[in-house]
Design a protein around this ligand. Structure first.
Ligand code: SAM
Length: 259
């Protein structure tokens, strides 16, 4: 069962009130009725089981019957700085990176980005991207929704990127001396990592130099040239497996009985 993310202030005592698009989704599309149980996520990632006392397309109300164990904070907060890709490829990266536990997604405009977000379209596009990650976070029972930034120019973001990313990796298929495997070492150098992934046409060499000067380490993912949408997800999977909990157990409360 998906987790539903509550708007701030939706919980008052043990009463939960849901309005807007989430109410119409729950009572309309999902046809939930009074008496049904849902798992909702409140502020701070706290999860609750609620029983519905009212289920209308404009308002859904419920009562908290159980507070589920709050997930430990993520062991690794990965920022995926992904050059904007054409159409559904970008949608797929957003959806699957969310399932894989990405913390923050920064769409980048690089020299070879094919699709250049137009300002007037950009806000609509970003709203659509945010809806994709919300749906993916609900479906994958995540307790937090990744931030999705407005598209940023590559140079400005690389230069401004805060240095609190312990691991700052640029995925480069031409890197001949260092691989991601080499970089995994004994464990995460901290709890934050940034992955820079190019567009369909790859990074310009001067973009690689700029990123290197800003502290990003170019690493290879091996001999195969991967599509951009494959490369970022592959590196994210490797980091989450090696440095976080991907591939680990589900806890008992994760498997709380569902109606
Ligand atoms: N320059 C590539 C070529 O020769 O076809 C095209 C770029 S590749 C399709 C898209 C992006 O995926 C690259 O910018 C890079 O970030 C990443 N990538 C693909 N294969 C990779 C590999 N083997 N190692 C590291 N990064 C890779």
């Amino acid at each position: 069962m998906p987790h539903f993310f509550l708007a701030p202030g939706a919980i008052q005592g043990d009463a939960v009130t849901i309005t807007g698009s989430l109410a119409s989704h729950v009572a309309g599309a999902l046809r939930h009725r009074t008496g049904d149980r849902l798992t909702v996520v409140g502020e701070g990632g706290r999860r609750y089981r609620i029983v519905l006392t009212e289920a209308g397309p404009r308002r859904v109300r419920g009562v908290i019957v159980e507070q589920l164990s709050s997930d430990h904070p993520p062991r690794l907060r990965v920022t995926l700085a992904q050059a904007v890709l054409k159409g559904s490829h970008m949608d797929g990266v957003l959806q699957k990176a969310t399932e894989l536990g990405v913390h923050h997604i920064v769409p980048l405009v690089t020299r070879r980005t094919v699709v250049r977000p137009r300002d007037h379209r950009s806000s609509r596009q970003v709203a659509r991207w945010r809806a994709i990650v919300l749906e993916a976070a609900q479906q994958s029972e995540r307790v937090s929704i990744p931030d999705v930034d407005d598209p940023r120019p590559f140079d400005a973001w690389v230069r401004s990127n805060p240095s609190d990313d312990a691991a700052r990796l640029l995925l480069w298929e031409r890197e001949a001396s260092r691989s991601l495997r080499d970089h995994l070492g004994p464990g995460p150098p901290g709890d934050r990592a940034a992955l820079l992934v190019g567009p369909e046409g790859g990074f310009d060499p001067d973009e690689v130099d700029l990123a290197r000067a800003a502290g990003f380490v170019p690493v290879s993912l091996g001999r195969a040239i991967l599509r951009a949408e494959t490369a970022g997800l592959t590196a994210l999977t490797i980091l989450q497996f090696a440095w976080a909990d991907l591939g680990g157990p589900r806890t008992a409360s994760d498997n709380a009985p569902h109606d």
